[in-house]
Design a protein around this ligand. Structure first.
Ligand SMILES: CC(C)(COP(=O)(O)OP(=O)(O)OC[C@H]1O[C@@H](n2cnc3c(N)ncnc32)[C@H](O)[C@@H]1OP(=O)(O)O)[C@@H](O)C(=O)NCCC(=O)NCCS
Length: 149
């Protein structure tokens, strides 16, 4: 069982940490189109070590779109799914959306495991994306200010 995952507000020091991260190592069109507004970003920590980031863009009072990115050496260990589940439980929003390239099979599997569902298909620049949605469960409110597995 994966434990020790925490979501917390993105801090100024986190930007310095990710400056030395390797390039994404994934096709450019896989990278989600979300705002990089630090005020709306969340740090994903494992036992106080920064492993990734969730970007949030507010659509309206109830809805937000997200992007998620993990440091390459922390992928494939279950942390992404846990972070996505924590977000559903702790977000202040009622619904979350994301766009994922249909050939990003690993990410799609992670989203489905975390309870996300495909709601529509989008074509852009020759690539096909799925718009996926998750209903929030709201056991706690993230702005308060941490949420842990
Ligand atoms: C997408 C991402 C957040 C998923 O987080 P993660 O911690 O790597 O995923 P998990 O380890 O929780 O895996 C969840 C499932 O997805 C699968 N998976 C994850 N990455 C995979 C990959 N690159 N290839 C194949 N399967 C993958 C896992 O095997 C697992 O499936 P299973 O439970 O059936 O075995 C992370 O891999 C990442 O940052 N990828 C690069 C950036 C990216 O593509 N972001 C999404 C843009 S929309």
């Amino acid at each position: 069982m994966v434990t020790g995952v925490t979501l917390r507000p993105w801090a100024r020091r986190d930007r310095r940490s990710i400056e030395h991260w390797p390039p994404a190592g994934v096709p450019e069109h896989w990278i989600a189109r979300t705002s990089n507004d630090p005020a709306r970003s969340l740090a994903i920590d494992v036992r106080n070590h920064l492993i990734g980031r969730i970007s949030l863009r507010t659509i309206n009072a109830n809805d937000a779109s997200i992007g998620i990115y993990l440091h390459p050496s922390w992928r494939g260990h279950g942390y992404g799914v846990i972070a996505l589940q924590l977000l559903r439980e702790c977000s202040e929003y009622q619904r979350l959306f994301l766009e994922v390239a249909t050939d990003n099979e690993g990410a799609i599997r992670a989203y489905r495991r975390a309870g996300w569902e495909t709601v529509s298909v989008v074509e852009r620049n020759g690539y096909t994306y799925w718009m996926m949605e998750a209903q929030c469960i709201q056991h706690c409110i993230l702005s308060a200010p941490y949420c842990s597995s």
